[in-house]
Write a protein that binds this ligand. Structure first.
Ligand SMILES: *[C@@H]1O[C@H](CO)[C@@H](O)[C@H](O)[C@H]1NC(C)=O
Ligand SMILES: *[C@@H]1O[C@H](CO)[C@@H](O)[C@H](O)[C@H]1NC(C)=O
Length: 387
């Protein structure tokens, strides 16, 4: 367009020559402005390039510090990644010179009011300085527990007819319980006469157990799995032997039922062991049958070494009727006909419900097995450490 404009000038009257010069002067001037401007723009672009590349360098050096998803827009120092169940006073706490919290453990129990005396004996065994307590009330009864002196120390969560695993998946997210060294995820029908939680924890540390359970007193308990029965005089055992009949277990056995797992009635998880196990718990498979045999995958190493049964501190499995008795793999007719003498509301023992629960549990176990098999086939990057 400038060209056309210029040729118009040239073709026009010679008197206008002056105007042509003026025009060219303007063009040169314009060109000058252009050069200066372009130089400026180039510099500016260069400056931004430097800025962006510096930022890229920074972000690539920062890539390794993995931020929790969603927190990327915040400066790292303000991010509070984890939490706990410690109660805070409404006022008067010295937030500024707060000492780092002594490492604690967590006791989580699914409870119904019928077993309150058994539960109370469990909680009284777990000293407040070392253990926070969360109770999952599956019968909706909470206030009636106030008679116990420890009531206000415990955190109470209530949801009708839900199982321990349902609660655990929803209320024990690994980020929420990350500050606890060990998590005791227990049923309510356990006798703790011979059990000291602090000694138990110190044994776990000495033995490097990531997933464990206290042994069951074989005389006073309902023992379903020979692996979990207490060995007198032993501190810890990690396998059991069976040289005859079905389900043989030798020293060279590498997995369940001989070694590398614990039952679901009184498991104790390390922080890392729990994080992994939480992911494995399925939202909808609330009885969690079949999960126990896979716990070795969460053992943070060799399951024959990091999963074990502690004999020195042991418990009694009372086998009382609880919600669905979800761990009760081998429910005996004796247990089914057992009258619940401490039945508060005077209702019939839930015989039929327990049978239904058991059928549902078996169904869930099959679904879990199928999901596991599918998942191992679909994930091409996953390598089975226990083929
Ligand atoms: C909980 O279970 C009891 C006993 O099986 C039953 O009577 C009650 O209706 C259930 N409640 C809910 C909310 O499912
Ligand atoms: C394991 O040990 C038993 C008895 O010692 C033996 O019969 C069996 O073949 C062994 N199995 C393997 C896989 O080595």
């Amino acid at each position: 367009m400038i060209k056309a404009f210029a040729s118009n000038f040239i073709l026009s009257d010679s008197k206008n020559r002056l105007r042509i010069y003026t025009f060219f002067a303007a063009v040169f001037l314009g060109a000058g402005v252009y050069f200066i401007a372009s130089e400026f723009i180039t510099k500016e672009i260069f400056r931004w390039e430097v800025f962006y590349s510096a930022r890229n360098v920074k972000s690539s050096t920062c890539k390794n510090q993995c931020r929790p998803p969603g927190s990327e827009s915040l400066p790292e120092g303000i991010i509070s990644k984890t939490s706990n169940f410690e109660f805070q006073p409404l006022w008067g706490s010295s937030l500024q010179n707060k000492k780092p919290k002594a490492s604690k453990n967590l006791l989580a129990v699914a409870v119904g009011i019928k077993q309150r005396h058994v539960v109370s004996r469990i909680i009284e065994k777990f000293p407040p300085d070392d253990f926070d307590v969360i109770l999952f009330h599956y019968d909706g009864v909470v206030d009636e527990w106030r008679e116990f002196s420890w009531y206000s120390r415990a955190l109470h969560v209530s949801a009708l007819n839900q199982t321990k695993w349902w609660f655990a998946k929803r209320f024990l997210h690994p980020d929420i319980v990350a500050e606890y060294n060990y998590i005791f995820l227990w049923d309510e029908d356990l006798g703790v006469e011979y059990f000291d939680p602090k000694r138990y924890v110190s044994i776990l540390k000495e033995e490097g157990l990531e997933i464990s359970q206290p042994a069951l007193d074989p005389v006073k308990s309902k023992v379903h799995q020979p692996l979990t029965a207490r060995k007198t005089g032993s501190k810890v055992h990690r396998r059991f032997y069976n040289f005859k009949g079905a389900g043989r277990c030798y020293a060279n056995s590498t997995g369940p039922p001989c070694t590398g797992w614990v039952e679901m009635m009184a498991p104790v998880f390390s922080r890392a062991g729990w994080r992994c196990t939480w992911y494995m718990i399925q939202n909808d498979l609330i009885h969690a049958w079949g999960l126990d045999r896979q716990l070795g995958y969460c053992a943070q190493g060799d399951r024959t070494k990091k999963v074990g049964v502690v004999d020195a501190e042991y418990i009694v499995h009372l086998g009382l009727p609880t919600l669905g008795a979800s761990h009760d793999n081998a429910l005996s007719s004796n247990a089914l006909s057992k009258k619940d003498s401490s039945n508060l509301d005077g209702s019939e023992p839930q015989v039929d419900n327990r049978v239904k629960v058991r059928m549902q549990s078996s169904l869930e176990m099959q679904i879990f097995k199928d999901r596991w098999a599918d998942a191992t086939k679909t994930d091409r990057c996953w390598i089975d450490p226990y083929p």
